[in-house]
Design a protein around this ligand. Structure first.
Ligand code: NAD
Length: 264
């Protein structure tokens, strides 16, 4: 049985995780933290009351409850401190919160190795999104001109999405960096061509109604190929989150990406 504390428990993802953990026979919910604190973690997600209340002090909760794993779905501006707090208390972080910089990930990697406490980060826990990234890396070997369009709900704080950046990074592993579009192209409105990652362009759409969606469009001679993934609701992320919570303690240092836990 893996014991779990959920951080960001009152949020959209946090609540889905609270439910998934309580419904899994190999995970045991021992605590929950959110700056909104106070509620019963069963009642909050439509399950019977369990007496485990959402607390507001992460350090105090980690030290008192000593869980195996902390699952974090909070905010880009607080996730780094949360992860370092978990590692210092020998609790393995499973991180879904996006927005960590490369430098912060390297600091987390160093701390996880030094403290002998494995950590796991996934920019996207949906299996379909992982397949989209893996298939995009394969396709880019043969069709290296590519643009990424990611579409999310308008409450999302960071842009581009962690999934879009991870997709670009995986494509960059097999693609020689080159600038796309006309060499003399000029933006008549700033940002019209989107963000740039090694010459690839990434476009972020934010609208009510969306959950999390991404298209990767490859262009070749007389043809295009589009690979698209849609998360219809937050349940789509839960099998990946549960898998990572069960496996993280058997890993070493920092592991990034759900693809590392799956066999292809
Ligand atoms: P949300 O705003 O609904 O929830 C965030 C919660 O964190 C809120 O309840 C808030 O009170 C709480 N919070 C804020 N600061 C805190 C702190 N210092 N300590 C504890 N709790 C704190 O957001 P959301 O839609 O649930 O998304 C959360 C994060 O997860 C975002 O970064 C989002 O991009 C990411 N996300 C990742 C995946 C994935 O598969 N990796 C999927 C969906 C969303």
């Amino acid at each position: 049985m893996v014991t779990v504390l959920v951080n960001g428990a009152c949020g959209r993802m946090g609540q889905a995780v609270l439910k998934a953990v309580q419904e899994d026979s190999e995970l045991k919910l021992v605590g929950a933290v959110d700056i909104k604190g106070g509620e019963d973690t069963g009642k909050l997600v439509g399950l019977p009351e369990n007496g485990i209340l959402v607390e507001s002090n992460l350090t105090e909760a980690l030290q008192r409850l000593n869980p195996d794993v902390m699952i974090d779905f909070t905010r880009p501006d607080v996730v780094f401190d949360n992860v370092m707090t978990a590692l210092r208390n020998k609790v393995s972080p499973v991180v879904g919160t996006t927005g960590l910089s490369d430098g912060q990930k390297e600091e987390i990697r160093a701390a996880a190795e030094k403290l002998g406490t494995p950590a796991f980060i996934a920019p996207n826990f949906a299996i379909g999104a992982v397949l989209l990234m893996v298939l995009s890396r394969q396709a880019a070997k043969y069709m290296p001109d590519v643009e990424i369009i990611e579409l999310h709900h308008d409450r999302k704080l960071d842009a581009p999405s962690g999934t879009a950046v991870q997709t670009a990074a995986m494509i960059a592993e097999v693609r020689k960096a080159h600038k796309q579009g006309h060499p003399e192209e000029k933006e008549k409105l700033a940002g019209a061509r989107g963000a740039e990652y090694e010459g690839m362009h990434i476009h972020s759409v934010r609208l009510p109604g969306y959950v999390a969606h991404q298209e990767v469009i490859f262009g070749g001679l007389g043809q295009t190929l589009t690979i698209r993934h849609d998360s219809m609701n937050r349940e789509s992320f839960m099998p990946g989150v549960v898998l990572a919570a069960k496996k993280v303690r058997s890993l070493c240092g920092l592991t990034i990406g759900l693809d590392k836990l799956l066999e292809f």
